[in-house]
Design a protein around this ligand. Sequence first.
Ligand SMILES: O=C(CO)COP(=O)(O)O
Length: 254
Amino acid sequence: MGRKFFVGGNWKCNGTTEEVKKIVTTLNEAEVPSEDVVEVVVSPPFVFLPFVKSLLRPDFQVAAQNCWVRKGGAFTGEVSAEMLVNLNIPWVILGHSERRALLNESNEFVADKVAYALSQGLKVIACIGETLEQRESGSTVAVVAAQTKAIADKISNWANVVLAYEPVWAIGTGKVATPAQAQEVHFELRKWLSENVSAEVAASTRIIYGGSVNGGNCKELAAQPDVDGFLVGGASLKPEFIDIIKSATVKKSD
Ligand SMILES: O=C(CO)COP(=O)(O)O
């Protein structure tokens, strides 16, 4: 069964109206493989979501970068899953390492968010990944398995989940995981899903890589059998994001 290549652009906390307009214009004018070959999702900050959605070509989708863990209400500063649904925002990124580290989001809290967002009809890009210390101490697989288990314990349907493996040491550092390093962890994650969820979920769930992906390194990473796409930070704000989208064709012969 084919897993459609997935390329997400996480714009993080960047952009002005003018810059956003420029990025969207570049995307709209680009020639990229068809929707049958690659699913493209860009994730601007909340305040730009409706604007980007209204300007963006119809074959690309948008994602929020976060949402509240339960139904909205008296939670100042938060944005609820219901609001995203109301605005026809189909996707949300949850559990990004920046939020885990800077805002103390625990595995359980992230898992609760994933479960709630799915229950409201959102599709979720769920982020996991180890720190440099964890990698150096040999606990990479245990760490990402624990992050995945927290989610698996709270959801029963993986159809609307994309798992994003983003080693913290590779994010924004220019230090990309080697294709072999990425493949090894993606393989272990798929094995974990097979043994702990089901063979079907393991075969159909897209596991994408994030961390210093750029126009130069994307093809070799995309060629790895268990790498089903990317979550791109810095390079998603630049024209080279188009080259990363095009790396989907590496998989075409699948
Ligand atoms: O965090 C990331 C995407 O969510 C990756 O960021 P960079 O591509 O800037 O390393």
